[in-house]
Design a protein around this ligand. Structure first.
Ligand code: ADP
Ligand code: MG
Length: 256
């Protein structure tokens, strides 16, 4: 059975796609069979993993019923990928059928035997796509950046978690809050860490011990279609993401 991890925060620019990409690659480098799923209509995950997103079936066509899941799964350098499409931005109005919250969960259950881990990247929103990503997940990881504004609005994530738990996925676990672009030397970062800890306790989770430091290599790697872990393996964030993979594997092992 696959373990499904959704990377979520309704704010943009906090490192969801970077984290999805690094986690997928890091797990693959640990000999895990990984599928990465892009639910963000902007399609950055597919791009970052080196996929050509034009002219191939995406999760949109699969939801729509004009392609099968198998047709949308693409082998990429590090792992398999299902990419996204800008047409997915109309999902809220387009997919109105019964079980609309469980479309992704039902699809992924058909490949659960093939993958050890399925990583889902989400849009900066709390909408039907996010709900599908929460419904399909065993665990959520919430990246945040050390800015006060980034910490506000977590109560909305909490509401979405509770709604999904009460309906389609009672076992949803928040694995942790991940502090990204974190510089332990600044006062702001330390204050933000305390705030993040108090938010974590409100939603019954922890702040990961691993923090992700900043480096320009994070922005450079996707342009090369490479994982940060390959592109700049010695950079601070690459080291941090490797540590995060270990921490995540450990926590999941303990929680089972
Ligand atoms: N640790 C980091 N150090 C430097 N830049 C980062 C880091 N994490 C993310 N970024 C940059 O911040 C921007 C937003 O990151 P991204 O992963 O796309 O966030 P999201 O998916 O939440 O919108 C990108 O340009 C990315 O390269
Ligand atoms: Mg993104």
């Amino acid at each position: 059975m696959s373990t499904v991890i959704t990377i979520t925060n309704q704010k943009g620019g906090v490192g969801k796609t970077t984290t999805s990409c690094s986690l997928a690659c890091g797990l693959a480098m640990n000999n895990k069979r990984v599928l990465a799923v892009d639910l963000d209509p902007q399609g950055n995950l597919g791009f970052s993993l080196g996929l050509e997103i034009e002219n191939c079936a995406t999760i949109y066509e699969v939801f729509q019923g004009s392609a099968t899941l198998q047709e949308a799964i693409r082998p990429a350098k590090y792992c398999d990928v299902i990419s996204s499409n800008i047409l997915l931005s109309g999902a809220e109005l387009e997919f109105t059928g019964k079980q609309r919250e469980s479309m992704l969960k039902n699809l992924l259950s058909t490949v659960a035997g093939y993958y050890d881990y399925i990583i889902i990247d989400t849009p900066p929103a709390l909408n039907i796509l996010t709900v599908n990503a929460y419904a399909a997940a065993d665990y959520l990881i919430i990246p945040m950046v050390p800015e006060i504004l980034s910490l506000l609005g977590v109560s909305q994530i909490k509401d979405t978690i509770n709604t999904v738990r009460a309906s389609v996925n009672p076992n949803l676990v928040v694995l942790g809050i991940l502090l990204n672009k974190f510089n332990p030397r600044t006062l702001l970062s330390r204050e933000v860490k305390e705030m993040a800890q108090s938010i974590a306790s409100q939603i019954g989770t922890r702040v990961f011990e691993t923090h992700i430091r900043s480096s320009v290599s994070v922005a450079e790697a996707p342009a090369q279609g490479e994982s940060l872990l390959d592109y700049a393996p010695r950079s601070n964030p690459a080291q941090d993401y490797k540590a995060l993979v270990t921490e995540v594997l450990d926590l999941i092992k303990k929680s089972k």
